[in-house]
Write a new protein. Structure first.
Length: 319
């Protein structure tokens, strides 16, 4: 059963997916994230809102951006932060996930931040923790990555001054992309946007998961008139049989985001990538570092969005 994410008074208790949240709620989260941003070179914003609270980061899949930014976000909000080293934990000795959760809950953890390859794990944890404990989904299988969706919305809003009426083209391994699922949910909530998905054979999504969205194999056609382009890496760790397509040294020219392809989009197009990035595979290095790229802005926004989400969860304790 899908987790109820909001309390009866409309405060955020858990964040498992963007679907089910409304435009006003997401707008408030994005506004709060922006309020936490300071110019590069100045000290980062700090707040006492999580003082005396404990946040546990449980990453059962690798991560750089999400794990580091949740840790920094919690520390900047004055929480005690536990980063469980999964490979040195008792899960290696056979302890189940839920017994790991119960163990840490007994140490008065208030918020679990969880990344796991298994579908349904965040909902499973929310169904088993104490009512005062919150769960934040930091990446669930190929299903959901809600804070990535929020940081992508914030990045688009900052560059386009709107989240309505945009053409957004996503290129690459969409079959395995929780980033695209959350972006799709977010764009549908925020406005009447056109999402175009394009991927090579073997990496196409189940379009039942994307109602009203256009799929194409023609990259150049899908880029025409785009306001936003998102490039995705091939998630080799989720693919059992590596086809010659995926090991093809010509992948960039055939399926990747090159400088000449960016020219097909609108002149003020922004280029996004959730990371980690494989330069000169799904995206040319010159595009990643080029004038349209907002990839480092996405990372900066990720920290601010995670601060906003953590602070919102604390609000639910007061209501
Ligand atoms: N975008 C993203 O989730 O990156 P990490 O895997 O490095 O956290």
């Amino acid at each position: 059963m899908a987790t109820r994410q909001l309390t009866e008074t409309g405060s955020l208790r858990h964040l498992i997916r963007l679907k089910g949240l409304d435009r006003a709620f997401i707008t408030r989260l994005l506004d709060q994230a922006e309020a936490y941003q300071t110019p590069m070179g100045e000290p980062p914003a700090r707040d006492q809102v999580l003082k005396g609270r404990t946040v546990a980061n449980l990453f059962f899949e690798p991560s750089t951006r999400t794990r580091a930014s949740f840790e920094l976000a919690a520390k900047r909000l004055s929480a005690d932060v536990l980063n469980l080293d999964v490979n040195m934990s008792s899960r290696i000795k056979g302890e189940s996930l839920i017994d790991t959760i119960y163990t840490l809950q007994a140490m008065q953890v208030d918020i679990f931040v969880v990344r796991d390859a298994g579908a349904g794990i965040p909902d499973f944890i929310t169904a088993n923790v104490h009512p005062h404990v919150s769960v934040l989904n930091a990446g669930e299988s190929n299903i959901s990555h809600p804070t990535q969706g929020l940081l992508d919305l914030l990045t688009i809003r900052q560059n386009k001054n709107t989240l309505d009426g945009l053409v957004v083209t996503v290129i690459g391994d969409i079959a395995h992309s929780r980033v695209t699922r959350s972006l799709s949910e977010g764009l549908a909530i925020m406005g009447r946007n056109e999402l175009r998905l394009v991927s090579p054979e073997g990496l196409e999504p189940d379009m039942d998961l994307y109602p009203g969205v256009r799929f194409s194999r023609d990259i150049d056609a899908a880029l025409k008139g785009a306001d936003v382009i998102m490039a995705l890496r091939i998630q080799r760790e989720r693919i059992k049989e590596q086809s010659s397509l995926l090991t093809n040294p010509e992948y960039l020219q055939r399926y990747g985001l090159t400088e000449s392809r960016v020219q097909l989009a609108k002149p003020d197009v922004i280029v996004m990538h959730p990371g980690p990035m494989n330069r000169d595979v799904e995206i040319a290095g010159a595009v990643a570092d080029g004038p349209h790229s907002v990839i480092t802005q996405q990372v900066n926004n990720g920290l601010a969005v995670r601060m906003a989400v953590l602070a919102a969860v604390m609000e639910s304790r007061q209501s």
